[in-house]
Design a protein. Structure first.
Length: 112
């Protein structure tokens, strides 16, 4: 049963963004997303850095969120945006550099 489910999902087509989303300028897309996420205080720590015509939305997290909470929070946010704005949207997080104080003291630099 497990293999059947995986195969069925692998054959599904990825939703594409609609004409309405594609016709918006990036700033208008960002405003649309901002207006939607600002309705919920759970999402007030996100900054929208990109909202591309192909549906990729890149967010930056302004505060530290536990890894155990972050995944569910992002999935819920993506579902909200898909249901309320466009089903072709996908959420990505902007990569964050190394914040380890110990490694920074030793002079080790990790580039992202």
């Amino acid at each position: 049963m497990s293999n059947l489910i995986k195969k069925n999902f692998s054959l599904e087509e990825t939703p594409q963004t609609g004409k309405e989303w594609n016709n918006l300028k990036e700033e208008d897309r960002k405003k649309l997303i901002f207006n939607k996420i600002s309705e919920n205080p759970l999402y007030n720590s996100f900054e929208i850095t990109k909202a591309e015509a192909n549906g990729i939305v890149i967010l930056k997290i302004e505060k530290l969120i536990k890894a155990s909470e972050r995944g569910t929070l992002l999935l819920d946010l993506e579902e909200l945006l898909k249901n309320e704005i466009d089903e072709g949207l996908t959420i990505w997080l902007e990569p964050v550099g190394d914040k380890s104080k110990l490694r920074n003291l030793r002079g080790i630099e990790i580039k992202s």
